[in-house]
Design a protein around this ligand. Sequence first.
Ligand code: FAD
Length: 419
Amino acid sequence: MTDTRPVAVIGGGLVGICTAAYLQRAGLPVLVIGRQTARDAASLGNAGCINGSSVVPVAMPGVLWQVPGWLMQPDGPLVLRWRYLPRMAPWLARFVTSSRPERVAAQARALRSLLGPALDAYRPLLDDAHANDLLTQRGYLIAYSSREGMDGDAGGVALREQNGVAIDTLDANALREFEPTLSPRFIGARYIAETGHTTPHALLARLTAHAVERGARIVDDEAVSIETNGVQAVAVHTRSMRHDVRAVVVAAGAWSARFVTQLGDRVLLDTERGYHVEMPALPAMPSRPVMWAEGKLFATPMQGRLRAAGTVELAGLHAPPDWRRADLLLRQVREMFPQAGAASADSASVTRWQGFRPSTPDSLPVLGPASRVPNAFYAFGHGHVGLTAAASTGRAIAALVAGERAPLDLSPFSVARFR
Ligand SMILES: Cc1cc2nc3c(=O)[nH]c(=O)nc-3n(C[C@H](O)[C@H](O)[C@H](O)COP(=O)(O)OP(=O)(O)OC[C@H]3O[C@@H](n4cnc5c(N)ncnc54)[C@H](O)[C@@H]3O)c2cc1C
């Protein structure tokens, strides 16, 4: 008798939807359980870069000495709500040990194996969903406003190059010619041609609509628990009902930890909260995403608007947004692009957003089967790179669900590293 039970994917962000798409390509029936109306999914508000070169973990050697300096500056790229510190202590302790040079090298290699094929993994999904118009490939710029910033980034540049990323260095004049919209305050840049960019909320909407056309069921509800029979996952309970399943994929972003505990595993997952501001088109738009290295924010052209996204706020899932972080992004993007001041002068035309990066302390997502429940799979924890990694994650996880080998070595991403 054929098994008509679906594979349930918990979470309808980009990771969940790309996984659903690859499951459908493998001929499997899919049920996506996601809070469709929530606006705080990282997939909706990110900087839009599909950036296979993002192999530099957040915890780099020396980070421990940089963090106090960042925390002392109210306008720094990192803020911590001190009341949250005790909750985050185990995560932070692991973050520090992850910054050891040999670990960083291994994490970067693992990231490259997942992120390098990002565009290749997206292509079939974009073809299927007639969504190629949503992908632009003009590379991206890392722009520096100080000599110290440019020199201080040498470690990250070396790590990228060791992993096969081609980087061009531009001096101030070359930068002016290449991206004339940028302020003359930038003294140089590094250009990475392999990067693409998109409008992430439009991409998610298009892929979701296509999954539905292809027969996926989308349930707008909160998954509460995964029921097992002691050996296998047999059902997912939502607030309103029980769904029989043949397998389950946990892709609930920053909210995934509760399911890991239910399945008998341990994980260190927290959130690096991020913000964006978005404004109408400048008279002359940048042609590609630009990251201001010192401020750690990205400015990305998106369907005729300019989005500035970034900042890391360590404050957990429940604290209210601190919109001063978004105001800071607005000030910074006006410094990056002189024309942004006029474009954003009417505050009603500027939108603001806050959402939750799903972050592990070693910057690697958790991918692969649950340790004790072989038909339950993890696909979460992508931190700063989940838009990039969503399709290659989906391709790998769908292969496992279908009983095939994943196209990359998933051992560095195993949940077992948190035992
Ligand atoms: C400011 C910012 C800029 C970024 N820029 C980039 C970038 O340029 N490039 C890049 O690659 N990455 C970027 N990222 C990271 C990227 O956005 C995330 O890693 C990625 O979106 C994570 O996707 P996800 O599907 O795992 O999680 P999410 O997008 O958060 O989706 C998880 C979904 O699961 C749902 N959910 C949670 N719990 C339940 C439950 N119990 N039941 C049902 N549904 C549930 C949530 O509501 C949500 O819809 C950025 C992130 C931020 C915040």
